[in-house]
Design a protein around this ligand. Structure first.
Ligand code: NDP
Length: 499
């Protein structure tokens, strides 16, 4: 995207969206409507329907019918793959529009939104291949009279609850894989960022995904999300969000023992050894917490740095923050945009206050930025952080980095593991032994060595410990939405039970 292009303009009036059930777009009618304002500009940009539990029932029934009659689940994988490939083409064609709505509702920089949307096209292409590659197993070693098969079947109707931090990216880290497996979907985006999930509905329809295979209900998490996790006719829920709500999903799922995929919070370590390329590492660490204003489950929010370079390194990170462009996300040159919700803005500022009160030292940032409208927070680095402080332990979900020095490799590993979370971690060193040892010993589902926040369709996503259950993306992400059946086949005549 051309960084010198003029900033995009705001819509003249909020765009009204319906919701999608069984291939039909349904307008609000007499239902309540939620109006979303751009968090960067404070003007209304979209209106979505506050669906009722009855609407959810209707969507689940449509997804159930579409699953059971086999219009998607039982067609040859090559046909599903061809549709997924068409989805990728349409996403590329509509990328500007999707990125625009992502930025309007989320507040993330338009250049970043554009690159995320581009990346999702590749996820559909990868999943198309994975659909065709999905296979089971055969046992030809059970003796002359027996042959064994292990087959994978789609799990059924999947409820998909996605958060507001990466509304389109997180959606597309799941939808192509779920569709590749042959399942049908009822999606519930976060109410504040529903637009791009609804746009994906249009894209999937145009690509030829049959009616009822992908349905979208909009509304709040406490009503529609909760009803979805409790729903007795949903076979699996994939939930991405806070650990607290993840825990309530576990309880709600008990009604029919639905399978759960949970991608939850993180307090992810960035371990920097003195022998690292410090310039490169500082850039990576700044990116790891500044990207998406730190509103990423995998943000590197704890800097665990070797004491001999700690002071120099925190200054290097602060100097990177001084150079980045924070501001209007509709400006293609912006690198850090707005905080997505007022509630999140308050959460972050409260943690900054707590950090100060508990004795941490502000190296840079620590304040709200005033651009005349919208809510912005300066990327913040705290030094002198100890392991008992709230800013060392809690997921802040904002651009706040806590620096904790270490003296030995063992100590670095111990600090990194001193958390209930286990989502992601990075290590920066030019010593291969240290890199491998740390990668093996720190408990996290995703690891980066001399880089951070990289990703792609091939490598799986998910957490250890209280960061969740299951894996998304890669072949693992397709298998997650299947269940395994074993088949024993008698060859010839059985040994009789009654002689
Ligand atoms: P939530 O966990 O409340 O929201 C995530 C998703 O769950 C949204 O779609 C939300 O819908 C939905 N939801 C809310 N309540 C329920 C429920 N009872 N049952 C089912 N679904 C529900 O996160 P918040 O938006 O409140 O953010 C709070 C904190 O959560 C953040 O500060 C951050 O620490 C963490 N978080 C982590 C994310 C991650 O990627 N791991 C993503 C988002 C937040 P709706 O928004 O419409 O209410």
């Amino acid at each position: 995207m051309d960084k010198n292009a003029p900033a995009l303009s705001l819509p003249a009036e909020p765009r009204e969206f319906g919701f999608l059930v069984g291939g039909q777009w349904i307008a609000a009618g007499d239902r309540e409507v939620f109006e979303r304002s751009s968090p960067a500009h404070d003007v209304p940009v979209s209106k979505v329907v506050k669906c009722t539990p009855a609407d959810l029932d209707m969507a689940v029934a449509a997804a159930r019918e579409a699953f059971e009659d086999g219009r998607w689940s039982r067609i040859p994988a090559v046909e599903r793959a061809n549709v997924l490939l068409r989805v990728a083409q349409i996403i590329r064609r509509r990328a500007d529009e999707i990125a625009y709505w992502e930025t309007l509702e989320n507040g993330k920089p338009i250049a970043q939104a554009r690159s995320e949307v581009d990346g999702t096209a590749g996820m559909f292409e990868y999943a198309a291949g994975a659909a065709r590659a999905l296979h089971g197993d055969a046992f030809n070693n059970l003796g002359d009279g027996m042959f064994g098969l292990v087959t994978r079947e789609p799990i059924g109707v999947v409820g998909l609850i996605t958060p507001w931090n990466f509304p389109f990216l997180i959606l597309c880290e799941r939808v192509p894989y779920i569709l590749a497996a042959g399942c049908t979907i009822v999606a519930k985006p976060s109410e504040v960022t529903s637009a791009t999930t609804l746009l994906l509905g249009e894209v999937l329809q145009e690509a030829g995904v049959p009616d009822g295979v992908f349905n979208v209900v909009t509304g709040s998490g406490s009503t529609i999300g909760q009803a979805m996790t409790e729903h007795l006719d949903i076979d699996m829920v994939s939930f991405t969000g806070s650990t607290a709500v993840g825990r309530s999903c576990v309880q709600a799922a008990a009604g029919n023992f639905k399978k759960l995929g949970l991608e939850l919070g993180g307090k992810n370590p960035q371990i920097v050894f003195a022998d690292a390329d410090l310039e490169d590492a500082a850039d990576g660490v700044a990116f790891g917490i500044g990207f998406n204003t730190g509103q990423c489950c995998v943000s590197g929010s704890r800097l665990i740095v070797e004491r001999s370079v700690a002071q120099e390194f925190e200054q290097l990170v602060a100097s990177k923050f001084e150079k980045i462009k924070v501001g209007d996300p509709l400006d293609p040159a912006t690198q850090v945009g707005a905080i997505t919700t007022p509630a999140q803005n308050k959460t972050i500022m409260d943690y900054i206050t707590k950090g100060r009160e508990q004795g941490a030292r502000v190296v840079c940032g620590g304040e709200q930025l005033d651009f005349g409208r919208g809510q912005y927070i300066a990327p913040t680095v705290f030094g002198d952080v100890t392991g008992d402080m709230a800013i060392a332990r809690d997921e802040i979900f904002g651009p706040v980095l806590s620096v904790m020095p270490f003296d030995t490799e063992e100590e670095a590993i111990a600090i990194a593991n001193d958390t209930v979370y286990g989502l992601a971690a990075s290590v920066w060193t030019k010593n291969i032994d240290k890199a491998l040892n740390v990668t093996r010993r720190v408990r996290a589902g995703r690891f980066w060595v001399n880089t951070t926040l990289s990703g792609g369709p091939e490598l799986p996503i998910g957490g250890f410990k209280q960061s969740g259950w299951g894996r998304e993306a890669g072949v693992y992400g397709v298998e997650e939405y299947t269940q395994i059946k074993s088949v024993h086949i008698e060859i010839g005549k059985r040994d009789p039970w009654v002689s």
